[in-house]
Ligand binder design. Sequence first.
Ligand SMILES: C[S@@+](CC[C@H](N)C(=O)[O-])C[C@H]1O[C@@H](n2cnc3c(N)ncnc32)[C@H](O)[C@@H]1O
Length: 284
Amino acid sequence: MSDHVSRGSSDRMRPDSEPAAGGERGAAQADLFDYDAELRAHNELFRAAADVGSRDRVLDIGCGTGQSTRQAARAAVAGSAVGVDVSARMLERARRLTDDQGPPNVTYQRADAQAHRFPAACFDLCISRFGAMFFTDPVAAFTNIGRALRPGARLVLLVWQDRDRNEWARAIRESLTAAPAAPACGPGPFSLADPAVTEDVLAAAGFAEVGFTDVHAPVYYGPDGAGAYDAVLRLWEVEDLLAGLDAAAAEQARARLRATLAAHDTDDGVYFDSRAWIVTARRR
Ligand SMILES: C[S@@+](CC[C@H](N)C(=O)[O-])C[C@H]1O[C@@H](n2cnc3c(N)ncnc32)[C@H](O)[C@@H]1O
């Protein structure tokens, strides 16, 4: 969940560097937010919904460090999986993990999925685990992605429901600032939160049979308050909000953040409630 908080603001994509859609910033690999840990509950539901076939050719949009891409490739034993991401750092980690863990039928491509010229009608399934909410022009992006899918191919997305329905987004932001979050318009974590909006986008992009499944599952930030604190400090919105405060106010905000995380510390780690949609559709 990573960048949940940071997923809040719409200025996700910094023109001068890679979009930290996941919200984190920072140079070293170690700074990358651990989505796999955060999304462990969501991932099993997402895999079941993706239902990858043994011969499928899978396209994974905004693949990050590639867990969903590798899992899709393992299921597609006689098929393949391509992970696409704009972040060089994320892909560097994805390639390293794939070198270590396999499988061999995975490739990664650094590209902006909104504009990249994918081979036409080449894929049987397109998946995205919280990687499809950051397009500046969602209709153009999904039209472009749709062109890469064969007619009848499936689309399976995991996206956040509205910020107000996500405890993680509210609690962490409210511990740092009393200022309300900007409405979720434009690229950002909540851009596909409204089913009516998402259905219109996908229909305009050439998809049909659009469906939504409510995912009510916790997100995980760390084994304890201290670990969770280190994790959420990597979130872009947290960094931005703290950077906007003077030293004394920032110290007080950090103390409130620690208290919020400690208040969510359970016997087996720090969890926050979350609501997401599994969005499914078919290429016309
Ligand atoms: C919240 S992260 C999720 C990463 C991964 N799917 C996961 O669940 O671990 C969103 C990812 O989308 C990528 N991304 C954002 N906009 C993109 C675009 N236009 N094209 C390709 N990747 C994009 C980001 O670089 C980031 O790695």
